[in-house]
Design a protein around this ligand. Structure first.
Ligand SMILES: Cc1cc2nc3c(=O)[nH]c(=O)nc-3n(C[C@H](O)[C@H](O)[C@H](O)COP(=O)(O)OP(=O)(O)OC[C@H]3O[C@@H](n4cnc5c(N)ncnc54)[C@H](O)[C@@H]3O)c2cc1C
Ligand code: SF4
Length: 513
């Protein structure tokens, strides 16, 4: 019956009926293939909540497709199955259906993309890979934008995307509010007021409960917990989560975008990345909702512009960088770092309060907000000179929103500066002072943020100066770093020696911090 139909492969992060692979498909003849396979679930120590999210969202999506009349072959996770890779599943389905063509939408990871591109030869079928039009800029469009530019700056790319989408643009083509970027307004510390909204919650239904049980049984050794799982697993729930964010958090999103808190895991962040990245929410729809809130006077411009910039600016930009530079990108290590990742990244067992809080939230929630990722766990890895591959693996494993295309540029580029600086004109290195300014962690810490060389001194302080000192060759000529080098050179030789000595000592015993 299926003899001449196609196989349409839908990956776990392509969970939308508008995915390009489905365009023009035939409900009677074609077979959709979705698979929870061992190799994809196990190539890294994925957080258990991330596995629950993806398996549950995939199962819900498959059911919705079936109810809509599609024929779906769903390969549920089975550790005893001899089909351990997507290729195994496709090979079997080709034999079962007699299909001669596989259609899919380009995937988000170089490794898998490379494998799928070999199927035509390995499986002797036609393989059609379609553009992923959920992104505003195609890989080719980004490459064209990048061509001939000496420096790739997110800000300029972002302005192109503003013009392209018309988001927050006046009819005469200028940015609303007379400025492209209101970031300078978005750096307030949060001191308990206004109160933060509770995050949107979906209680697990029968499908999700079954998946939780499966993950706890089959992935017991994986990082994190499945307790209190409350992410959206359907498009309907994800839309409700979006509405919840627009109503309750967006108005304060800008002001407290860079803040961190002892007591609040989520602050005013949207928590939408897990849904956007797996396809439950469309990024344009998300931005449109935020822009409409501004037009309706329900959120200020600094919040809405900041939010839209993260999505049509940063999110698209990091994807462009990824595809422009892979596969060589993953091996970049321009600062020559080779230290192992301290074990406390997996346990949270450290006396550094800010680190403990960020890692503990990560373990519980499969989530930490941007500033924790960038300025706490990321900053520490940079200052301590952790091997980029090790810290990249950690980020890929621990967050529910982590996929290679978005994790790698953020970690290797933005945090570790291992690519020479595509994601920032200077490294985001900072001492404890920054964390003190943006959070209330230091008051509860074993270490003293006001100390730098003493036994109880905040480790970020001496490590920061060590970083500045050891990279003079790379950064002294950078105009945005001049001030730091001036400050360093202004200190007495004894003070510099004491700081470097303290840092060396810390680097010797990272595991004990
Ligand atoms: C070291 C590091 C690792 C990161 N790893 C990931 C990752 O694996 N997956 C991921 O989606 N994001 C990653 N980010 C970006 C960002 O931290 C998360 O997108 C954000 O924290 C998700 O939470 P939210 O939805 O509440 O975001 P919000 O603060 O509400 O931001 C809104 C949206 O903007 C987008 N966004 C914001 N910043 C970025 C960015 N730098 N890159 C891409 N999209 C962005 C996301 O879609 C996010 O949902 C990383 C950032 C850093 C510094
Ligand atoms: S004192 Fe240092 S280690 Fe402790 S919370 Fe503050 S910045 Fe973090």
């Amino acid at each position: 019956m299926h003899d001449h139909g196609n196989l349409i492969l839908i990956l776990g992060d392509q969970l939308t009926p508008h995915i390009s692979a489905l365009a023009g498909a035939d409900r009677q003849r074609d077979t959709l293939v979705m698979a929870e396979v061992h190799d994809e679930a196990s190539y890294t120590n994925h957080h258990r909540k991330k596995l629950v999210l993806l398996f549950s969202a995939m199962r819900h999506f498959a059911r919705a497709l079936q109810e809509d009349g599609w024929q779906v072959h769903y390969h549920a996770y089975d550790p005893a199955s001899d089909r351990r890779s997507l290729e195994d599943v496709i090979r079997r389905q080709l034999a079962v259906t007699g299909a001669r063509r596989v259609i899919t939408t380009e995937c988000g990871e170089w490794r898998l993309d490379n494998e799928i591109r070999q199927w035509a030869q390995r499986l002797d079928v036609a393989v059609e890979i379609r553009l992923d039009d959920r992104f505003l800029a195609s890989k080719e469009e980004f490459a064209n934008w990048a061509k001939g530019r000496k420096q790739l700056r997110m800000e300029f790319f972002y302005r192109e995307m503003r013009r392209k989408t018309g988001f927050l643009m006046t009819p005469d083509g200028t940015p609303e509010g007379g400025q492209w970027n209101f970031d300078a307004d978005n750096r307030k510390k949060w001191t308990g007021r206004p109160p933060t909204p509770a995050p949107f919650r979906v209680e697990p239904d029968a499908i999700t409960r079954e998946v939780i049980e499966l993950v706890n049984r089959q992935f017991a050794g994986h990082f994190g917990t499945t307790d209190d799982f409350h992410f959206a697993v359907t498009a309907t729930d994800a839309r409700a989560a979006l509405a919840h964010f627009i109503d309750f958090a967006l108005p304060c999103f800008g002001d407290f975008q860079d803040a961190m808190s002892e007591t609040e895991d989520w602050l005013f962040h949207s928590i939408l990345s897990p849904s956007i990245n797996c396809g439950l929410l469309d990024p344009r729809e998300v931005c449109e909702a935020a822009v409409q809130a501004w037009y309706a006077g329900r959120a200020p411009l600094n919040a809405v512009e900041g939010f839209v910039r993260q999505i049509i600016g940063w999110r698209e930009f990091v994807r462009g960088i990824y595809w422009l530079h892979m596969p060589g990108y993953a091996a970049e290590n321009r600062l020559g770092y080779n230290r192992d990742l301290p074990w406390f990244y997996w346990t949270g067992d450290t006396r550094m309060r800010c680190m403990h809080k960020a890692i503990d939230a990560t373990r519980r929630n499969a989530y930490a907000h941007h500033i924790q990722r960038l300025m706490v766990t990321g900053n520490f890895a940079l200052l301590a000179g952790i091997r980029p591959e090790a810290i990249c693996d950690w980020y890929l494993a621990v967050y529910a929103d982590a996929y290679d295309w978005v994790e790698l540029p953020n970690v290797l580029g933005m945090v570790m500066h291992a690519d020479g600086g595509y994601l920032g004109s200077k490294p985001y290195a900072a001492s404890g002072k920054y964390i003190q300014r943006m959070s209330d962690h230091c008051a509860n810490c074993h270490y003293k943020v006001s100390h730098s060389t003493e036994e109880d001194a905040c480790p970020f302080n001496a490590l920061y100066w060590h970083f500045i000192h050891r990279h003079r060759k790379q950064f002294a000529a950078n105009p945005r770093m001049t001030m730091m080098y001036r400050n360093w050179d202004r200190q007495t030789p004894e003070r510099r020696q004491a700081l470097l000595g303290r840092a060396e000592d810390l680097l010797e015993r990272l595991e004990q911090l």
